[in-house]
Design a protein around this ligand. Structure first.
Ligand SMILES: [Zn+2]
Length: 261
C-alpha cells in the first residue's frame, strides 16, 4: 500500500497588528504602568517587598458627570475630541437625534472634568464617566437625546453599581468655572427615573440653626466661592431662579437635598 501523499499545509501569512492609530498608541503607553511589579525605594531608604496577590480586578467608575458641549454639532465635538492639542475628551457624546457615540473605554480616564471636586474627591476624571450632550447651551434638550441618555445611564449604573446621587453635572463639581448642563436640563425627569436626586415637592422647613454652607459641603459642593456654589446648586435644583441669593426657598431646597444624603 502506497504511503499517503502528505498534504500541503496552508500558508500562514504574517499577521501585522497595526498600532498606528493614536488611540492604540496611547493604550500601549500604559502597558508599563499596568504590568509593573517588584520593589520600590521609599524616601526613608526602605525597599518595599513585592508579593503578588491573586485577587484583583479593574478599578471602575463611581460617578457620571453630565455636560453640554456648547458646540453647534456632533461633528464639531468629535473633531475637538480627536485632536491632541485640545486636551479634552469624554467617554460618550449624545446627539440631538439620540445617536450615541462612544469615544473611550469606560475603564480609561477621559479629560472632561478639569479642575474640580466633589466632597473630598479631587480627581473626578479618575472616578467618573463623562457624557457630553450635543447642545449649544441655550436650546432645549430633545426628547430623543434624553431617552438615549437615560438608556445609557441605566446601563452604566447597573454595570458599575453607580449610586443615583453620583450622577451630577459639570457645574456641580466646578461651580466657579462651569455652567453646564444648562438650566434647561431636565434633572427632575432624570431623578424620577433613578438618575440623580431631586428636592421634595413640598419643601421641608430648614431648622433655624441650619448651616446651608456646611450642608452644601456635605452634599459635595466646593464652597470656597460660596456664591458660585449657591448658583451651581440653584442651576441644578432651582433652575427657574439661577442666582447666588440664599433666600428661604433656597435654604429649604438645600435642606431637602441634604436630607437625602
Ligand atoms: Zn462640561
Amino acid at each position: 500500500m502506497a504511503a499517503k501523499e502528505p498534504e500541503a499545509l496552508p500558508v500562514v501569512e504574517k499577521v501585522v497588528i497595526s498600532i498606528d492609530t493614536v488611540y492604540t498608541k496611547q493604550l500601549y503607553t500604559f502597558k508599563d504602568s499596568i504590568f509593573k511589579t517588584g520593589s520600590t525605594q521609599l524616601d526613608n531608604g526602605i525597599q518595599t517587598e513585592w508579593i503578588s496577590t491573586v485577587n484583583f480586578n479593574l478599578r471602575k467608575p463611581n460617578f457620571v458627570i453630565l455636560h453640554h458641549t456648547a458646540q453647534d454639532s456632533l461633528k464639531q465635538t468629535i473633531d475637538t475630541f480627536t485632536k491632541t492639542h485640545t486636551q479634552v475628551s469624554a467617554h460618550y457624546i449624545i446627539a440631538d437625534d439620540g445617536h450615541v457615540v462612544q469615544m473611550l473605554n469606560d475603564y480609561l480616564r477621559a479629560w472632561h472634568a478639569g479642575a474640580s471636586s466633589w466632597g473630598k474627591n479631587t480627581d473626578i476624571n479618575s472616578a467618573s464617566i463623562g457624557i457630553e450632550l450635543d447642545n449649544n447651551g441655550s436650546e432645549p434638550f430633545s426628547e430623543a437625546q434624553i431617552t438615549s441618555l437615560m438608556a445609557l445611564l441605566s446601563k452604566l449604573k447597573k454595570t458599575y453599581n453607580i449610586p443615583a446621587q453620583n450622577i451630577i453635572g459639570h457645574s456641580d463639581i466646578a461651580p466657579s468655572r462651569k455652567r453646564d448642563p444648562s438650566a434647561l436640563f431636565p434633572w427632575k425627569t432624570l431623578a424620577e427615573n433613578g438618575f440623580g436626586i431631586w428636592k421634595d415637592e413640598i419643601l421641608p422647613l430648614a431648622p433655624f440653626d441650619f448651616n446651608a454652607e456646611l450642608a452644601l459641603q456635605i452634599i459635595g459642593y466646593n464652597t470656597k466661592n460660596l456664591n458660585a456654589a449657591i448658583t451651581a446648586f440653584k442651576l441644578h435644583y432651582i433652575p427657574e431662579e439661577v442666582n447666588s441669593i440664599l433666600d428661604q426657598k433656597t435654604v429649604n431646597t438645600i435642606y431637602s437635598i441634604y436630607l437625602k444624603q
